[in-house]
Design a protein around this ligand. Sequence first.
Ligand SMILES: [Zn+2]
Length: 500
Amino acid sequence: MRCTLNHLNSEDLAHEFRTDVLQIRVDRSITAPRDLPAGELETWLNGFARTLSEAVRLASARLLGIDQREISATVRGRLFGYPEVILYDSVAGGAGYCQILINRYSMRELLAAARDTLNCPADCSHSCRTCLQDYDNQLHWERLSRKPVLAWLANLLSTDQPENPFVRFKAAPMSSELVASVIHKELDRATHIVAVAPSLFDLRKNSADSEGFEGIEAAALAKKLVAWMARGNTLEVGVSQPPVVGPEYPNSLYLAKWLEPCLTDGHLKLWLLPKNFDGMVWPRLIINPGREHGYSYCSSSGLGAGFLGLPLSPQAWKGPGLGSDDLAAMRQGWQPISGKPLVAPASIVKQDYPPSAKREFGRDFGFCKDKSFDSLRVEDPFVFASRRNFDQFTRFLAELDSLWSAWPAKVEVKTRDIREARQNEMLQELQQLLAAKGSTFASHRVPSYGPGRKDFHDRRIIFQMDASNPKKRTTVLLTGGVDRYMDSKVECSLVVYHSS
Ligand SMILES: [Zn+2]
């Protein structure tokens, strides 16, 4: 047939219906017989895959005690020839068979049942009505060949798998790329999550990321969780140490300010785990505990990080929800954390600006009004990174000038050394500007590469009243630094605290 169209219309050849689906991926390639003529390889592989999917389908129906017609299967090849069998309910809307299957049986049990299906009592050569053939797979009878698949499955099941520490929860290993997004995905459908972690968040004296002081993953997750809890959902976190909130850990102030309202309204519950709680034995995350369509996630790596920074460690296993007995045993001895563990000192003020929100400079830096400072110290890796950033910085100083009664005796800037003539020009310019105001200027440039290179991510501004009492000062933490604060197009947060 000759095609006369010069563009293609996509035609929908697929019928789509919503149902439960179970993907079964086996990380073992299918090896064809060596004497197979090259031209027959594809047909042989198709027959193998179809036989496997039919065996899994018939075994599933038998395990579930349902009619074979109520469950369908299809198959596809993955990289390296690894097969993937997809089971789904034949009934539109789904009867939930796939879910029941994973709740009741492990993958090994399912594949063993498929192997048994292939062990034909009539010992047929390829397939027969005793083993594989049924009304629904008539179309494939010619291609079904049980013996190669039987040998493959028997071999697969005989190999010692790496010990599964979570076999009693029927958990199967997860691919590592899925682990990182687990909590974000589950938030779309979960109404209740129980988590276990050493702490709610890690304490950071200095942040180790480039966007802000609070740890970008932890802050992003905290914000998402707060929105999720505001919709009426519940998060419970069992921790081995109660949260520590204080100005020596800037990120703790920020996270506490976010989460504290959820704790007050009861959507966030914090529990202290008993001393003998073994985090390696129990799931780290339980989605919708005690309800249908629940899941549990376990991890075989250590409990090394706070929940908000790493809700699930990379080596993870996923299983169905825990039974009520297991759940009760897991939660035995959990003590509610009393008091107000997430209240930051009252002197701490946090402001969050969404994108395009006008900055209220007079409010945020109101503590400068009619005051004079002995020194102003700005720590920001990027104030001299570009002419634009530098202009934002001088605008920032001009705003301060409209508040304070006099320029500080000393202005210090700690920034990243980008070793460019441009940066020297800007430094000189700043020095002249400050000299005209009667301030001395000192710069501390941190090499960004080569010897002496240090990771330097702080973005803070320290106002010191009195050189003889360095502890009495006001510190302003800025996500993204001065340039983000001065650019009202982007979002920005700041935390102001006074110490004495
Ligand atoms: Zn047979």
